[in-house]
Structures are given as structure tokens and as C-alpha cells.
Design a protein around this ligand. Structure first.
Ligand code: FES
Length: 111
């Protein structure tokens, strides 16, 4: 499966995140956080924190990072790498493109 519509660009405010569910080519459900950073750029990152099973879209956006609300690990929205403990594993980041009003995400080709 290739890129699919995740949401509309206007659905995601600056420094906010929207949780969406997309289907991978194998039929599995992928939970994605579509995040607009403080500079207005959109990113698609796994919605599931690599430290626990909680939703990153409920976290706080600062700069180009999202902070997990449960234990405070901060993840880089471009790379998915944790910038602070306790998380040590990155979370997947997915290619995102904007086509007119539509935000397209490819969950089968993590960056
Ligand atoms: S669950 Fe996210 S940092 Fe612990």
C-alpha cells in the first residue's frame, strides 16, 4: 500500500497532534500521530510511545519534539529518536506529503 489520506491539513493546529488509524499493506492497524510543530511543519510519527503503550498525540509539542505525557520522554518528530529518558528506543516516523488540503502518510515505508 502506498501513501493514504490521514486527515486534512487544517485538522492539525500549530503545536498540536491528531491521532489517526491507518492500515498497513498487511492489513495491520497502525496508530499514527500527525503533528504540526511550532514552525507549522507537519510530521507523521507512531502514536505509541516506545517506553509504554500510551498515546504520544496526547503529549505536549515543543519546537520539533513531542513529550510523552506519562514519563516525560521527548521524541524528535523528524527522526523519532528519544531525546530524554526513560525511553531509549526510537518510534517509527513515516513519510508525509501534503496534496492540496489532504495529508498523505505512508505507513509501509517508515523513514
Ligand atoms: S510511557 Fe512514554 S515515556 Fe514512559
Amino acid at each position: 500500500m502506498s501513501a493514504q489520506v490521514a486527515c486534512l491539513a487544517d485538522d492539525v493546529a500549530v503545536a498540536a497532534a491528531l491521532r489517526v488509524e491507518l492500515y498497513a499493506a498487511d492489513g495491520g492497524l497502525v496508530e499514527v500521530a500527525v503533528v504540526r510543530d511550532e514552525d507549522g511543519e507537519l510530521h507523521a510519527i507512531s502514536d505509541i510511545c516506545s517506553h509504554g503503550q500510551v498515546s504520544l498525540s496526547d503529549g505536549e509539542i515543543e519546537g520539533c519534539t513531542v513529550e510523552c505525557w506519562l514519563h516525560g520522554s521527548r521524541f524528535d518528530l523528524r527522526t523519532g529518536k528519544p531525546l530524554s529518558p526513560p525511553a531509549v528506543r526510537p518510534v517509527p516516523v513515516y513519510p508525509l506529503t501534503v496534496d492540496g488540503e489532504q495529508v498523505l502518510v505512508d505507513v509501509d515505508a517508515p523513514l
